[in-house]
Design a protein around this ligand. Structure first.
Ligand code: ATP
Ligand code: MG
Ligand code: FE
Length: 347
């Protein structure tokens, strides 16, 4: 079964072709980051319009790369939410129009399920059950996963998401969006131990997170250094490292708890922040002690992409799920309301 995957939930247009027998055939991404940079954030209306411009050319591009035509497609998966409603509508409208014209099933997919399943596109994919840490621009969640669509929410951020905290810390350090990779790069030159940031909500039981306090702590540290006339490149690197270490330690402590609590021996990390090298290392170090194994996607499939939507959609389309005639665009959508797929997982 050949599935076309379409991602347009925010500021990235992603398209991919996934073959249920052969795996991923082609994928393409266009990022609008440069366009939104002038405004200091994503402008929803501009995002929608740019998806309109880029989506069909990207579809043609992946078809050409895979040596396929539109008539070869057996099903279409698009991101139905959560995300910006106008941006979601573009992907949904194109998916439904193509599906109607070709007479093939179409399915709206949950964006975070896409992130969650992205590590399945790699060699040695994780088996069920596992604990998943979803760390992206809009979400920080710990989920027990017993199968596709079998999600038990173990904990989540009560305020900012981890990626959002990286982006805000980056801004305070004078770095551009997306801040995560830039903070990580700056932290490379940091001196360990010069600053020590708190590990929020680790002094009490539970699996929830809070990152807004770290944001304030970063701001206070930056301001104090500026006042003391010490806000040079080295100091900025030292603050970046202290911030990153605090986020990594906090996530590792909660992941350890989640593994102990569930008895799971597998930890899957997904979403943009799972591309972070220090986070991967920190979680692997923690997991070794528990004899657990950590799984993650290649960096380009940690952030938004079409491949994860094609993969997640393929699992559900193969199980017979599909949309009716209506386009689904769901800005807010809890992942644990999704239906289970059962045993039909692909390798
Ligand atoms: P959501 O998936 O919750 O709707 P989103 O789609 O905007 O939000 P993603 O595309 O998964 O989020 O991830 C983007 C986020 O990941 C940004 O906040 C970015 O700063 C962060 N990020 C990307 N790479 C890294 C990295 N190497 N280190 C830390 N953070 C990173
Ligand atoms: Mg993005
Ligand atoms: Fe995302």
């Amino acid at each position: 079964m050949l599935i076309l995957g379409i991602e347009t939930s925010c500021d990235e247009t992603g398209v991919a072709l996934f073959d249920s027998d052969l795996g991923l055939l082609a994928h393409a991404l266009f990022s609008q980051v440069d366009m939104h940079a002038d405004y200091g954030g994503v402008v929803p209306e501009l995002a929608s319009r740019d998806h309109v411009r880029k989506l069909l050319p990207l579809c043609d591009q992946v078809l050409a790369e895979a040596g396929k035509t539109r008539q070869d497609i057996d099903g279409i998966a698009y991101t139905a939410g959560p995300g910006l409603v106008g941006a979601l509508m573009v992907g949904g409208a194109v998916a439904h129009a193509l599906g109607f014209a070709l007479g093939i099933p179409v399915l709206g997919v949950h964006h975070m399920e896409g992130h969650l399943l992205a590590p399945m596109l790699e060699d040695n994919p994780p088996g069920f059950p596992f604990v998943a840490l979803l760390v992206s621009g809009g979400h920080t969640q710990l989920v027990r996963v017993d199968g596709i669509g079998e999600y038990e929410m173990l904990g989540e951020s009560v305020d900012d998401a981890a990626g959002e905290a990286f982006d805000k810390a980056a801004k305070m350090l004078g770095l551009d969006y997306p801040g995560g990779p830039r903070v990580a790069a700056l932290a490379e030159a940091g001196t360990a131990g010069r600053y020590r940031f708190p590990r929020p909500m680790t002094d009490r039981p539970g699996l929830d997170f809070s990152f807004s306090g770290l944001k304030t702590f970063t701001l206070n540290t930056v301001n104090a250094a500026r006042k003391a006339g010490e806000l040079n490149d080295q100091t900025r690197a030292d603050i970046a490292l202290a911030f990153e270490s605090a986020v990594v330690d906090t996530l590792a402590i909660k992941c350890r708890r989640a593994l102990e609590q569930t008895g799971c021996e597998r930890l899957v990390i997904a979403g943009g922040v799972s591309a972070n090298k220090r986070l991967r290392e920190g979680l692997e170090k923690m997991a070794v002690k528990l004899k657990a194994v950590v799984f993650y996607a290649r960096p380009e499939f940690c952030t938004d992409n079409g491949a994860m939507i094609a993969y997640a959609g393929a699992q559900r389309l193969l199980a017979g799920q599909q949309d009716g005639e209506r386009i689904a665009a769901v800005p807010r959508w809890p992942m644990n309301t999704l239906p289970a797929v059962g045993e039909s997982r692909l390798s």
